[in-house]
Design a protein around this ligand. Structure first.
Ligand code: F6P
Length: 534
């Protein structure tokens, strides 16, 4: 893709130079594997990659991601540590040792940070911060974030145009600070946090120096993107609470630190509407849909589609389904719950245990209620996006009941493709609640009784009401797709860059801080233990 062909050039003001955009994320858009001795490319998976993948294909961006396997590392050998074009995306992978990666991903990012941000820890018992955790922090998380910054800095060093860097998610919280140290104030650094950002209390679990290192690094950014206003507000509160020199000056969405103003903005992520609409017309999706129609027969379908992930609250969802069959026996024999579950983070013991518990619970419900014609619970484990899209067209009720969720794109995909005026049953703690909650039946994820009642209500909802809700949701999803999410961030970055350029061309007034320079030097050193302020 040439710069001139890039639709992003429409966002530029006359005379502005097209920026070099870098997306950095742990999981990249592709994984490589060996077939007959040759490296083959396969699409990466997960919400972030699905959302950003299509965008990266259509725009002039460089994507920096971690090498996740031996074969990813073999690809680096082949490309000689330089960005290379793969299926229209310019890609560069960050290489690390397996041990470091394991410490960064399986000890710190998942479960420690993920569980804090989704508030999943059972705090009287877990987690315990041990010597192993500290080692994983320094030798894994900090080291890999530094490697990411090195690779990004190396990739942009010769750019003779503005540079915008978008580090994605909780794996890369330290990248802004390392980048600032390497590249100075000229580059625009805008991380996006895909997962919930809880208030200050949740972060008590982290030792003070680790917590502050994360916050101070994020404050080396120019702007930090969050899914909801609540997340942005919580971030501002955390900085005020834990970082002695950070002040919000009454604002809910910005913070002043070391003479700079850092914005905490809201950009709700979405799906690629055009792409999803095209995918449901693909022969594979159509075939899977007809197979599912046969399998479901004339049962009503309650569907859920999730990674096997404790925050998704799959166990309470099954418990609610059981309560529906107990409290409203008229649904027995008539309704089936189907869970399409994608294996995830299976190296982490919490995830292995969770899968076992799901299978055991599904088995118990089937043992209690099935008969020769009806099996109430069907669990399909495996990853198939076409199958998920096929099933989403067919549900009567879509159950999305996470304990906490940054956004939840399944709710948006379902709303877009469903053909049965299906009802969305939605947790009040999913980010998507702020966009679709108005048209959904909203439940507390902890309230099994009310979730069962809401299932009953959804199954009995009059057709015209189902239709009105489903139509309104579809329109909402169509009106704000993932391009908008991305373009708004690029637009904000461009306008920050041009106002910074204006400022630096204005002569300084004595005594004023004209450049609002980032001074991250004094922020944290790896071993510093800044003191908390209340
Ligand atoms: O933002 C959370 C997220 O990165 C999602 O994009 C994605 O669905 C999931 O986590 C993937 O996790 P992992 O890369 O660990 O499989």
């Amino acid at each position: 893709m040439t710069v001139a062909d890039d639709p992003l050039s429409d966002l530029l003001q006359p005379g502005e130079t097209s920026p070099l955009i870098v997306i950095a994320s742990n999981r990249g858009p592709f994984k490589f594997h060996l077939k007959n001795g040759a490296l083959q490319v396969e699409r990466g998976s997960g919400g972030l990659v699905t959302a950003l993948g299509a965008l990266a294909e259509q725009h002039d961006v460089l994507w920096v991601a971690a090498a996740l396997s031996k074969t990813d590392r073999a690809w680096i050998e082949q490309t000689g540590d330089q960005p290379a074009e793969v299926e229209n995306i310019r890609l560069r992978l960050v290489r690390s040792s397996r041990k470091r990666y394991e410490q960064y991903y399986n000890v710190i990012a998942n479960p420690l940070l993920w569980f804090i941000q989704h508030q999943l820890w059972d705090i009287p018992r877990t987690p315990s911060i041990t010597l192993q955790t500290w080692k994983a922090w320094r030798n894994g998380y900090v080291a890999i974030n530094r490697l990411f910054a090195d690779v990004i800095a190396d990739s942009v060093k010769d750019a003779n145009r503005p540079v915008i860097i978008f580090p994605q998610d909780y794996h890369l919280y330290l990248v802004p600070r390392f980048l600032r140290e390497r590249l100075g104030d000229e580059v625009q650094i805008q991380p996006f946090v895909h997962i919930p950002w809880p208030g200050p209390d949740a972060w008590r679990i982290l030792p003070e120096s680790i917590r502050d290192e994360i916050l101070v690094s994020l404050l080396a950014s120019n702007c930090i993107g969050f899914q909801t206003r609540r997340d942005a507000f919580n971030f501002v509160q955390c900085c005020r609470f834990y970082i002695p020199d950070a002040h919000s000056r009454g604002s809910r969405d910005s913070i002043y630190y070391q003479d700079r103003k850092i914005e905490a903005r809201t950009y709700p992520i979405s799906i690629d509407v055009e792409k999803v609409e095209a995918l449901i017309e693909e022969p594979e999706t159509r075939l899977l849909k007809s197979q599912l129609i046969n399998a479901i027969g004339d049962h009503r379908l309650i569907l859920r589609v999730d990674r096997i992930e404790p925050s998704k609250n799959i166990l309470r969802g099954l418990e609610a389904f059981r309560a529906l069959l107990v409290n409203h026996p008229e649904h027995r024999g008539r309704v089936q719950i189907m869970a399409l579950l994608v294996p995830s983070r299976m190296e982490v013991s919490e995830y292995q245990d969770y899968l076992q518990q799901i299978m055991a619970q599904a088995g118990m419900i089937n043992a209690e209620f099935s008969d020769q014609y009806w099996e109430p619970v069907r669990i399909l484990v495996g990853e198939s996006y076409p199958r998920a899209l096929a099933a989403m067209q067919l549900y009567d009720v879509l159950l999305v009941n996470p304990i906490a969720d940054g956004m939840n794109l399944v709710a948006k995909e379902g709303a877009l493709v469903n053909q049965r005026d299906g009802v969305l049953l939605l947790s009040e703690h999913a980010g998507v609640f702020y966009e679709l909650g108005e048209y959904a039946l909203v439940v507390s994820p902890f309230d099994i009784y009310s979730t069962a009642e809401a299932l009953h209500q959804a199954l009995n909802m009059p057709q015209d009401e189902r239709h009105a809700r489903a139509e309104a949701m579809r329109q909402q999803v169509q009106s704000a797709d993932v391009r908008q999410w991305f373009y708004r961030q690029v637009e904000d970055a461009l306008s920050a860059l041009s106002s910074q350029a204006r400022k630096s061309s204005t002569p300084a007034t004595p005594g004023s801080s004209t450049s609002e320079a980032a001074n991250t030097e004094g922020g944290v050193s790896p071993d510093s233990t800044p003191s908390a302020s209340a």
